[in-house]
Design a protein around this ligand. Structure first.
Ligand code: ADE
Length: 225
């Protein structure tokens, strides 16, 4: 999968994909992430990419021309399955959307800043608008990093143990059950006996029950869906 990201702060997106699972995905050739600096696509003086909003009011707006230049230039090389704008007024990102997007070949993510982007870009180019939660970030970069991480780890072959994504929280609308590792006892706190039993059918059943219990306690809304 290839993910291109248009940003005015490309430095913000250097580190998130350089470690751990994202690095492994890139090293295995399963995920390519390119960060494109929007300022390289502006024809305005001093690499300007934003301007005052028509009608007045506080806050700058990202201009239509640099964004369209960047998008159209990228489209000459790549046909995108989705062009996604990260914005607090988009649909809320969840595991279902991550699963869906992990099956795509080419994605283009657009990070907003200031008051947002000129509506004409949204009207004519954006195919999906995504928010990572009901709060406002200072830009779309951290949201884009969240998307790439959540999507990237689902690409077949990225995780070593292919089954581990299936038992994550939110797959099946359930939270993940509790997990334990060595030692078996610490300060008198014991690991549940069942996990040491070697009886895998019983262990699976226990995990299912715990997942239901945890979801009921913490996120009953998931069980209603
Ligand atoms: N940009 C600013 N806030 C955001 C959010 N919550 N989700 C996605 N993009 C954003």
């Amino acid at each position: 999968m290839k993910i291109d990201i248009i940003s005015v702060v490309p430095d913000l997106l250097q580190s998130p994909f350089a470690h751990s699972i994202m690095k492994r995905a890139k090293d295995k050739g399963l995920l390519e992430v390119n960060v494109i600096n929007l300022r390289e696509y502006t024809t305005y003086a001093r690499a300007q990419v934003d301007d005052y909003q028509f009608g007045g009011g506080a806050g700058m707006v990202m201009m239509v021309e640099p964004l369209v230049n960047a998008i159209e230039s990228l489209q000459k090389k790549t046909t995108y399955d989705e062009i996604i704008f990260l914005t607090p007024d988009g649909e809320t990102f969840n595991q279902k959307t991550a699963n869906h997007l992990s099956l795509k070949k080419n994605l283009l993510l657009i990070c907003g800043h200031y008051k947002g982007i000129d509506q004409r870009v949204r009207d004519h180019f954006i195919t999906k608008e995504i928010s990572i939660g009901d709060y406002v970030l200072s830009g779309g970069e951290l949201a884009a990093a969240v998307l790439v991480d959540a999507i990237g780890r689902l690409i077949p072959g990225v995780l070593n143990d292919e089954t581990s994504a299936l038992t994550d929280s939110f797959q099946d609308n359930l939270l993940a059950p509790p997990v334990y590792t060595r030692p078996e006892e610490f300060r008198g706190w014991k690991v549940p006996e069942i996990l040491l039993s070697g009886n895998h059918a019983k262990i699976d059943q226990w995990r299912q029950e715990q997942a239901h219990k945890r979801t009921q306690e913490k996120r009953p809304d998931l069980l209603e869906e």
